[in-house]
Design a protein. Structure first.
Length: 316
């Protein structure tokens, strides 16, 4: 089932027409309308390519939030094997907004950690829409330390609007947990690669993205605050979100130029949600290449490279 965004309405109309014609063709073998179907399908694909070739930052934000966009559990199924989930922070409880465990990437053992938003109402509630609480970040710390102990590279998949802002999270030390998780990333003596696969929102994203190499999917976004949040602060209304998204330079293309990230993973035409399997394969290949480069560095060199990488951001 396809789900179209607001700016995709012309494409949706063409696809609907194609579907109607195919239904007509199936119902009457005497009528040959294949040529018209092919013409409309080609026009739809051309319009899709044109539209996605000039997306605004706000439109990219909408694509990054698409309800059918693949999430952590999808990448586990399509890009990794032998996943062994590990739960709990050994302090308070389990947080389903951040999942993690042992996995293999093309045969290589890794510690895989990431946000999970869910893909329907029930799973979204279960995973708290990918907004982690302190126990989620403390679980991530536990898994990163375990990876370091066993000499396993760490791979993180980031997709969150931000850390959970509820009072119970603050009571359990949300800010401290995020800071400790960021610190744990920076101190790792093993290679670490992070990939922003949807939204990379605020400290909730940075907490598991302070890696040696940071990749972004082509239509993902990464920012200190959501465009709506920035708009509410600057203009006292969320209606300026599109302007805020442009001003904050939230796109992968802008962030690569600013050297906040290290690479962009191309998505299939029309976004990752239109071909999750192809997206997963491209992401796995990109992560594998980065891990191969980092494998040549020792523990001290990895820590130093990570430190230098983040200190250099914003320097003239």
């Amino acid at each position: 089932m396809k789900s179209y965004l607001d700016f995709e309405k012309p494409i949706a109309e063409l696809d609907t027409r194609v579907a109607e014609l195919r239904a007509t063709q199936d119902g009457s073998s005497d009528i040959d309308i294949e040529a018209e179907i092919a013409k409309l399908a080609a026009k739809s694909e051309a319009m899709l390519a044109s539209t996605y070739g000039k997306l605004t930052p706000w439109q990219k934000t909408q694509v990054a939030r698409h309800p059918l966009r693949p999430h952590f559990v999808d990448y586990v199924e399509m890009a990794f094997t032998d996943f062994v989930p590990l739960g709990g922070d050994r302090l308070y409880g389990e947080d389903c907004a951040i999942l993690g465990g042992f996995a293999r990437l093309n045969g290589q053992r890794v510690m895989l950690i990431g946000h999970e938003k869910g893909n329907d109402t029930a799973s979204r509630v279960k995973h708290n829409f990918g907004m982690a609480k302190p126990e989620g970040y403390r679980k991530a710390i536990r898994l990163m330390e375990m990876a370091s102990k066993f000499g396993l590279p760490v791979v993180t998949l980031v997709d969150t609007a931000g850390a959970f802002p509820g009072i119970e999270a603050e009571e359990r030390g949300q800010a401290e947990a995020i800071a400790r998780s960021t610190e744990a990333c920076l101190a790792l003596g093993v290679p670490m690669v992070a990939a922003i696969v949807g939204e990379g929102g605020s400290g909730g994203a940075v907490a598991i993205a302070a890696a040696n190499k940071v990749l972004m999917l082509e239509h993902s976004v990464y920012s200190v605050i959501s465009p709506e949040g920035a708009s509410s602060i600057l203009w006292r209304t969320p209606e300026k979100a599109a302007d805020a998204a442009t001003a904050m330079k939230v796109t992968a293309q802008d962030l690569l130029e600013l050297k906040v990230i290290d690479g962009i993973v191309e998505e299939p035409l029309g976004g990752a949600h239109r071909n999750p399997a192809k997206t997963a394969k491209a992401l796995a290949t990109a992560i594998e290449k980065e891990l191969a480069k980092l494998a040549k560095l020792g523990a001290e060199a990895l820590v130093r490279q990570r430190e230098e990488r983040f200190l250099a951001i914003g320097s003239l």
